[in-house]
Design a binder for this molecule. Structure first.
Ligand SMILES: Nc1ccn([C@@H]2O[C@H](COP(=O)(O)OP(=O)(O)OP(=O)(O)O)[C@@H](O)[C@H]2O)c(=O)n1
Ligand SMILES: C[C@](O)(CO)[C@H](O)COP(=O)(O)O
Length: 245
């Protein structure tokens, strides 16, 4: 895990001057869930609203760019009007792949806030991101320019093809990658427009890895889950009940 040299007070004062934005990607098809997971209520508040709430509440975030699917664009804009989310700068349609949606967000940010210094990319489907994670991300990005939330894997991981094990990577080197992924804005914007960004990439860090740029990890949380399949809803409701009690 990476240590950083700034005191919390100095850190905050630096970031108050350097603007930080978050791109929340919420334009996926929810194929593995079978229905739009961003609009599923979790203890009475929908997944996407819970995710936006976390960044709206963060003193470290100045603006939010929200990426929605073409089908949900009108509903998402209506939701944003109903809620008191004054940090939302734009709600724009996403692309076919997650990376296309992120790229739409980065281009929008470049138009609206060209002087933005730091940008986080966060999955709309990760509603349990915390202020501790957001702060850890900005601190790590300030040191490394590129840093992503991650946690060590708990299980042994095998590489398998046609039901036969090919390899067992050393577990101590394996991390589960999450969002937010936090970057110097110009760096990740250029990476998304590089020719190496054309191949599929399931996260944003991979685009910098392809360009040979180092990317650090900082602590996410085992509760910072991505709502992906039906059983994630069981965890989500149990987690929220635990928070309320
Ligand atoms: N073209 C896409 C694909 C994904 N996402 C977003 O990226 C996040 C992480 O993706 P994932 O969990 O894989 O969502 P889906 O692509 O919707 O899920 P599935 O693969 O099951 O269809 C989600 O918040 C999703 O809405 C997006 O904005 N645009
Ligand atoms: C970015 C991400 O959430 C990190 O775990 C994940 O890679 C998104 O990937 P998906 O293929 O869209 O689920």
């Amino acid at each position: 895990m990476i240590a950083h040299p700034l005191s919390p007070v100095l850190f905050r004062s630096i970031f108050m001057q350097e603007k930080s934005a978050v791109i929340i990607v919420a334009a996926g098809a929810s194929r593995r869930m079978g229905r739009d997971k961003l609009w599923i209520p979790l203890l009475g508040r929908i997944t996407l609203a819970r995710t936006i709430d976390a960044f709206q509440a963060s003193p470290l975030i100045d603006s939010i760019i929200l990426i929605a699917s073409a089908e949900q664009l009108t509903a998402t804009r209506t939701l944003c009007k109903q809620e008191a989310w004054d940090k939302i700068q734009a709600v724009v349609p996403g692309g076919l792949r997650r990376q296309d949606s992120v790229c739409q967000g980065l281009d929008t940010l470049a138009q609206l806030q060209p002087t933005c210094r730091w940008v986080m990319v966060h999955d709309g489907a990760r509603p349990f991101v915390t202020e501790t994670i957001i702060e850890a991300g900005l601190k790590a990005a300030q040191v490394h320019l590129a840093a992503i939330a991650a946690m060590p894997v708990k299980d042994t991981i095998k590489q398998v093809r046609n039901d036969i094990i090919l390899d067992t990577p050393e577990r101590s080197l394996l991390w589960m990658v999450q969002t937010p992924q936090v970057f110097a804005f110009d760096l990740i914007h250029q990476a998304h427009h590089s020719p190496l960004a054309e191949d599929d990439a399931t996260d944003d860090a991979l685009l910098l890895e392809r360009l040979g740029h180092p990317v650090a990890v900082f602590p996410g949380s085992y509760t910072n889950i991505k709502i992906t399949t039906q059983e994630d809803l069981l965890f989500a409701e149990a987690y929220l009940k635990g928070q309320e009690s």
